[in-house]
Design a protein around this ligand. Structure first.
Ligand code: MRU
Length: 377
C-alpha cells in the first residue's frame, strides 16, 4: 500500500550528531547537549555549567531517553564535583529529575559511588572528581558497546521470527542515537536490518503529545536513508488490520523484575494490537534498564507531565500564546490526562532483547538469569 508513496526526508546531513558531550574550555568543564526540544527545526546546543541546568534540561526533555538519561546523570555528578559544588545534593536533584527511567538513578549512583570511593581513599576532591568523570565516560562507552550488541541480537531475532525477510517494523517514540552513546536500542535494530538490506519499511508512530517519533525518529531515519513512513498514533490499528506490520520494536524506560515494561505512553496499546494480530512485540533495552528492585508493573512510578503538553501544541517556529508557551488546541482550563509512560505486562511481550541476548518467553526467572550473567562479565 503506502510503499510507493512513502519517501525519505530530503535532509541528508551526517548522522553522527552527538546527543551529549563533555568539554573542557578555559572557563571550566561543561556538558554540551543537543537540545532535542528544538529538533527537527534547528540543531541548537545547550551548554550546562552546573547540575541544576542539567536538571532543567532533563525535565524539559532537552535531553531524554532512558540510556542517555543515565549517561547525562553520571556526567552531571562529575560536573558538580569538578566545579566544586555539593555532590550529594546535585546527585539527589539529578536522580529525582524524572522518576520512570531507572537508568537515570543508576547512572547518578555509579558516578557518585566512584566519587565517594575516591574521596574516602585519597581525601583529595580533585581525584574524587576525576573518578566521577571516569565513571561517566565508562558508562558512555559501555552504552555504545551495548547498543551495537543489542542491534546484532535484535536483528538475529527478527530474522529468526520473520524468515521471509523484508521486515516491516513499527516503532514508537525515539530510540536511536539521540538516546544513546551508540546507535540506540530498538532503532539500532531497525538500522541494522536496513544496512543488511532487510528493512522494507520503518513505520514511525508520531508519539503524541511531544512528537518524539515525528520530530526525532523521522529525523534519524531520514539521515540514515531508511525507508520510513510517519503515522499518527491512532492510525496504527488500521495498519495492523491491513497486514502491513511484521513486528513492533520499542525501547523501555524501566523493566520490572517480572518483565513488565514501562515505555512511552502508547506502547501498551501497540502490544495489545500486536497480540490480536499475531505480530511479535519486541522490547530492546540495555541490562541497566532492568530493575530487580521493582517487582512488577504496578510498582513502577509513571511520570505525570503537565496538562498543557496535551492542551497546547508547541513548535519553535510559531508564535506562542498558551500558558505552557504553545498554541492552544483545547478550550482554556481543559483538564488533561498526561502520563508520560504506560506499562505493558510481560505476557504481551514476545521478547526482551539486551546486549546479553534475548529473553523469550519473558519470565522473572529468565530475566534474573540474564541479569546475573551480565554482572559476572
Ligand atoms: O519521555 P522520553 O522522550 O524520555 O521517553 C523516551 C522513551 O519512552 C523511550 O522509548 C525509552 O526511553 C527507550 S529509549 C532507548
Amino acid at each position: 500500500m503506502a510503499d510507493e508513496d512513502a519517501h525519505n526526508g530530503e535532509d541528508k546531513r551526517p548522522t553522527d550528531i552527538p546527543a551529549l558531550r563533555w568539554e573542557e574550555p578555559p572557563e571550566g568543564p561543561v556538558l554540551v547537549l543537543l537540545d532535542q526540544t528544538r529538533l527537527p527545526a534547528e540543531e541548537v546546543e545547550l551548554v550546562c555549567t552546573d547540575a541544576s541546568a542539567l536538571v532543567e534540561a532533563i525535565r524539559s526533555l532537552a535531553v531524554r531517553g532512558a540510556p542517555l538519561l543515565g549517561i547525562a546523570g553520571a556526567y552531571g555528578v562529575a560536573l558538580a564535583a569538578v566545579r566544586g559544588f555539593e555532590v550529594a545534593e546535585a546527585a539527589d536533584a539529578l536522580a529525582g529529575a524524572r522518576p520512570t527511567a531507572v537508568n537515570l538513578a543508576v547512572g547518578v549512583r555509579r558516578a557518585r559511588a566512584a566519587h565517594q570511593e575516591a574521596l574516602a581513599r585519597t581525601g583529595d576532591p580533585r581525584q574524587a572528581a576525576a573518578a566521577a568523570l571516569a565513571a561517566a565516560r565508562a558508562l558512555h562507552r559501555e552504552d555504545a558497546e551495548a547498543s551495537a550488541r543489542m542491534a546484532a541480537h535484535g536483528l538475529a531475532l527478527l530474522d529468526e521470527l520473520l524468515p521471509a525477510g523484508g521486515h516491516r517494523v513499527l516503532t514508537h517514540c525515539n530510540t536511536g542515537s539521540l538516546v544513546s552513546g551508540g546507535e540506540g536500542t530498538a532503532f539500532a535494530v531497525a538500522l541494522a536490518a536496513h544496512r543488511a538490506g532487510r528493512l522494507r519499511r520503518l513505520w514511525v508512530d508520531e508519539t503524541r503529545p511531544l512528537l518524539q517519533g515525528a520530530r526525532l525518529t523521522a529525523y534519524e531515519a531520514a539521515r540514515n536513508d531508511m525507508p520510513y513512513t510517519l503515522l499518527t498514533d491512532n492510525a496504527a490499528g488500521s495498519l495492523f488490520a491491513a497486514g502491513e506490520v511484521d513486528a513492533v520494536l520499542i525501547g523501555a524506560d524501566r523493566i520490572a523484575a517480572d518483565g513488565s515494561v514501562a515505555n512511552k505512553v502508547g506502547s501498551y496499546p501497540l502490544a495489545v494490537l500486536a497480540r490480536y494480530h499475531h505480530v511479535p512485540f519486541i522490547v530492546v533495552a540495555p541490562v541497566t534498564t532492568v530493575d530487580g528492585g521493582t517487582p512488577d508493573g504496578a510498582s513502577i512510578e509513571v511520570e505525570q507531565r503537565p496538562g498543557y503538553e496535551v492542551t497546547e501544541v508547541t513548535a519553535p517556529q510559531v508564535p506562542v500564546t498558551g500558558a505552557g508557551g504553545g498554541i492552544p488546541v483545547a478550550p482554556l482550563g481543559t483538564q488533561a490526562y498526561n502520563p508520560a509512560f504506560d506499562v505493558t505486562p510481560p505476557e504481551l511481550v514476545t521478547a526482551i532483547v539486551t546486549e546479553e541476548g534475548a529473553v523469550s518467553p519473558v519470565t522473572t526467572e529468565a530475566l534474573a538469569e540474564l541479569c546475573a550473567r551480565s554482572r559476572q562479565v
